[in-house]
Design a binder for this molecule. Structure first.
Ligand SMILES: *[C@@H]1O[C@H](CO)[C@@H](O)[C@H](O)[C@H]1NC(C)=O
Ligand SMILES: *[C@@H]1O[C@H](CO)[C@@H](O)[C@H](O)[C@H]1NC(C)=O
Ligand SMILES: *[C@@H]1O[C@H](CO)[C@@H](O)[C@H](O)[C@H]1NC(C)=O
Length: 184
C-alpha cells in the first residue's frame, strides 16, 4: 500500500511538471494579437556606385557575380544608406542603414541582408540590428530584429520590407516597417 501511494506521488509530480511546462510554452508562442511596443516606419535610399558617381553613391559591390545563373549569385554589396521618414530621397535623414547583402539564389532575384540601423538624433540614440532573407519578387519580406543598443537596448522584433521604387542598376528605395516586440 505504501509503495502504491509513493508511485502515485511521483505520477502526480510529473503531471504538475508537464502542465507548468505546457503553460510556459503557450506563453512563449507569439500570439496573433501581440502588439508591437514600438513601431517605426522608415525609408532607405540606396544609390549604387557606378564608378563616376562617388559624390552621391551610398552602395558599392565588393565582389562580382560568380556567373552562376542570371541573378548576380555571389555578389556582395556594402551600403551606408540614409533613412528618411517619408519617401523623398532629399528629406533630412533620421538614421542610417549600414551593412551588406549578397545575392543568394541561382534561379530568382533574392538577397540576404545583415545591417544595423544607426540612430543618432535628438529623437533616438542607439542601434537596431537586422538580418534575414529578402526574396525580392515578394511584395512584403520579413527580416528579424535580432538585438539593439541604446534606446533600443536588447530589443527584438521584425522588419517588414517593401520595395518602394527603383531604377535598375542605379537606385532603389525600401520601406521598412520596424515592429519591436521587446522594449526595455
Ligand atoms: C557616368 O557614366 C555614365 C555611363 O558612362 C553616364 O551615362 C553618366 O552620365 C555619368 N554620370 C556622371 C555623373 O558623370
Ligand atoms: C548628386 O545629387 C545632387 C543632388 O541630388 C545632384 O544635384 C547631383 O547632380 C548629383 N551628382 C551626381 C554626380 O550624381
Ligand atoms: C552623433 O552625433 C553627435 C552630435 O552631432 C556627434 O558628435 C557624434 O560623432 C555622432 N556619432 C556617430 C556615431 O555618428
Amino acid at each position: 500500500m505504501m509503495e502504491l501511494s509513493k508511485r502515485y506521488g511521483v505520477f502526480f509530480l510529473l503531471i504538475c511538471l508537464f502542465l507548468s511546462l505546457a503553460s510556459q510554452l503557450s506563453l512563449a508562442r507569439p500570439s496573433r494579437k501581440l502588439k508591437p511596443c514600438k513601431h517605426i516606419v522608415l525609408y532607405m535610399h540606396d544609390i549604387i556606385f557606378k564608378g563616376n558617381n562617388s559624390a552621391n553613391a551610398t552602395e558599392a559591390a565588393a565582389t562580382s557575380p560568380v556567373g552562376l545563373g542570371p541573378f548576380s549569385f555571389g555578389q556582395v554589396s556594402i551600403f551606408d544608406d540614409p533613412m528618411t521618414k517619408d519617401q523623398n530621397l532629399h528629406s533630412p535623414p533620421v538614421a542610417r542603414a549600414q551593412g551588406f547583402y549578397f545575392y543568394d539564389m541561382k534561379t530568382a532575384p533574392s538577397a540576404w541582408f545583415a545591417y544595423t540601423l544607426v540612430f543618432n538624433s535628438t529623437e533616438y540614440k542607439g542601434t537596431i540590428n537586422v538580418m534575414g532573407s529578402d526574396f525580392i519578387p515578394a511584395k512584403t519580406r520579413y527580416l528579424s530584429v535580432v538585438g539593439g543598443t541604446g534606446d533600443f537596448f536588447m530589443t527584438r522584433g521584425i522588419v517588414e520590407l517593401q520595395t518602394g521604387g527603383f531604377v535598375l542598376y542605379e537606385y532603389f528605395r525600401l520601406k521598412m516597417d520596424v515592429k519591436l516586440y521587446e522594449c526595455y
